[in-house]
Design a protein around this ligand. Sequence first.
Ligand code: SF4
Ligand code: SF4
Length: 282
Amino acid sequence: MIIAVASGKGGTGKTTVAVALSMASSEPVLYADCDVEEPNGSIFLRPEVTETEKVLVEVPRIDEGKCTSCGKCARFCQFNALVSLGSPPLVFPELCHSCGGCEIVCPTGAVSWKKVPIGEISLGTSDGGRISVLEGRLDVGSSLAPPVIRQVKSHIADGVLTIIDCPPGTSCPVIESLGGADYVLLVTEPTPFGLHDLKLAVETVRELGMPFSVVINRFDEGDSGVEDYCGDEKIHIIVRIPHKRFMAEVYSRGGNLFDAIPEMREIFSEIPRIIEKGVEVK
Ligand code: SF4
Ligand code: SF4
């Protein structure tokens, strides 16, 4: 089963939940960090990294001998990755989405391809090998999260409980991360901002037709807006995590949710079973 942990915005405790699910499982589990712009699950899981691999994408290479400086490729490119000022175009690889269009529109066959790195994947293990840890990391300056996420997900094997730590928000990287998941946990907090972003996240997963439920972090602070909304929308709240003053200190030392609130371990260990029942009856 693949469980994706997502949230409408950053800072809601999404990684705390994804890491806690991985740690609470008594069976082998794969934690896949698809929050590639800011992966931080490994801070808590402290994996022993056994393998790394580069993420490469293809970007155009312009043959100046064949180029007539017509500018068609630059006019075609929707991402401003090519700039032609009456000269052979300059290529800005960090903006290129590798769509291949510039090669198609070029009348002289001046466009070929070269591979450039945009990020890295690391594979490792934690907790004596029980937790496999996959992490995607986008290079600074690159904006192409989806190819890095795709490469992280290419390592997911069937039959292993997998926890995907999604990027925050509801844009392309999130959609890429959610693809193939059996169930989504939407992490939020009981504030007006949390409610606003939860509504967007709910719209997204409903649009995708994915089964989901909500985790309320710091449920004992803030207001009742999220609870009321979930009640009105008949959205299941699968777990409520309390807030303790010393939690920030525990997390800042690399501690996890169970270091702060040990009794949450049993609750989290039950979540995959509860979801499985829900997934089956859906
Ligand atoms: S491959 Fe697509 S995105 Fe990249 S430069 Fe060519 S047209 Fe632009
Ligand atoms: S379309 Fe081809 S010939 Fe025209 S500017 Fe681009 S690379 Fe040069």
